[in-house]
Design a protein around this ligand. Structure first.
Ligand code: ATP
Length: 384
């Protein structure tokens, strides 16, 4: 097993904009690291540079303490699991798993022992004589991992391995990969554009945008303390609400009325008078369900609900709001960081499934103001 350390890694294709731009990150031995970001952010390029399928323009790639920039993929002892699993259709499961050992001309008894050990871990014994075409997607995935296990690879690298599967199987495979990775304790780097996969699988998640690292943190920290607007908007479903607001003293003037900031937050926001307030849907509650003793740490407001969506364990309510036109215009002018659809004219609120809030009616909501984020619209930085 091995740690993977990247130092100021840059990748340029031709003389264009760098696909990966000055990435530095240390992945610990045994750690499960996720690379996530929108299409084109450079996550596959970064993975391919780790495995050696892509040259590094500048910077150092260090695996297990040794610089590998100039090492061929076969000399890096890493195992890549692709989207299509790259299994040989004419070979049995046994021979697919045994393949790397056959290449090494390993003795027959060693091949049998290692394939059987891998089949134990992966619960593939009863399928060893089958061909890949007769396996489910999940079983094929395990065969691909079996091949990596018999090679005793120092790390597993996954490039969107689940994106061809249907939602149900994707969920099952996600759990399976997480379980196997924990059991095997092998350093793993996993690329996905799916924030749910990122949040549920990784010990840590690296959020990339346009080739630049935005934040590397545990799923919880990313969710609770996103460093900027991009991370805040990318992580979380339904996404965080961004509302225009002005600050006077400790009071934020928002489309849902005044929100009091504590001294620390107000100080952090400083003398900016126009900001973006970030509120996750679950920071709102149906005010009638909030204990009186708790109410003072938040603010209560009345709003009309446009649409509700009942999900069984919770429900979403969509609340239209109006921001003063000059504030919205100023924000759009100021903010290069904000997509126009992020400055919506409705907030999504996630409330308890027992709430009696109904469509088309005015209702009272409570907002936990201890949790809200305040962003600088010009830089996108989270100030709180
Ligand atoms: P996706 O999720 O769509 O696969 P990604 O985040 O994995 O995207 P990359 O495939 O790493 O992104 O691509 C990063 C950038 O580099 C993109 O702008 C892409 O167009 C560019 N790029 C990738 N491969 C090449 C190549 N072989 N030649 C030129 N440009 C490339």
């Amino acid at each position: 097993m091995a740690s993977i350390d990247m130092k100021n890694i840059v990748k340029k294709y031709g003389d264009g904009f760098p696909a990966v731009n000055d990435v530095s990150m240390d992945i610990a031995d045994g750690e499960f690291m996720i690379l996530v970001g929108p299409s084109g952010c450079g996550k596959s390029t970064l993975l391919r540079m780790i495995v050696g399928l892509e040259d590094i323009t500048s910077g150092d790639m260090v695996i297990g303490g040794k610089k590998v920039n100039d090492k061929a993929p076969r000399d890096r002892n890493l195992s890549m699991v692709f989207q299509n699993y790259a299994l040989y259709p004419h070979l049995s499961v046994f021979e697919n798993i045994a393949f790397p050992l056959r290449l090494q001309k390993a003795p027959e008894d060693e091949v049998k022992r290692k394939v059987n050990e891998a089949a134990d871990v992966l619960e593939l014994h009863e399928h060893l004589q089958r061909k890949p075409a007769n396996l489910s997607g999940g079983q094929r995935q395990r065969v691909a991992m079996g091949r990596a296990i018999v090679r005793a690879a120092d790390a597993f690298l996954f490039d969107e391995p689940l994106s061809n599967l249907d939602a149900k199987l994707r969920g099952q495979m996600r759990t399976e990969i997480a379980r196997l990775q924990r059991r095997l304790g092998i350093t793993t780097v996993y690329v996905t554009h799916d924030q749910t996969e990122a949040m549920t699988l990784g010990d840590r998640v690296c959020v990339l945008r346009k080739g630049v690292i935005q934040q590397v943190a545990s799923p919880r920290e990313l969710y609770e303390q996103p460093v900027n607007l991009f991370v805040a908007g990318f992580i979380g479903s339904p996404p965080m609400n961004f509302l225009p607001a002005t600050l006077k003293g400790n009071t934020l003037d928002t489309p849902f009325g005044p929100i009091e900031l504590d001294d620390r937050r107000a100080k952090a926001v400083g003398d900016r008078d126009l900001v973006l307030v970030g509120i996750r849907p679950e920071y709102f509650e149906d005010a009638s369900l909030v204990e009186e003793t708790k109410k003072h740490v938040g603010s209560t407001f009345t709003a009309r609900v446009d649409v509700t969506e009942w999900l069984g364990d919770s429900q979403y309510a969509y609340i239209p709001y109006e921001a003063p036109a000059d504030v919205t215009a100023q924000l759009k002018e100021l903010s290069r960081e904000l997509d126009s659809d992020q400055l919506r004219t409705q907030a999504i609120v996630s409330i308890d499934s027992t709430s009696r809030i109904r469509e088309g009616r005015e209702s009272k909501f409570w907002l936990d103001s201890r949790k809200i984020h305040v962003f600088d619209p010009a830089t996108g930085d989270n100030l709180t």
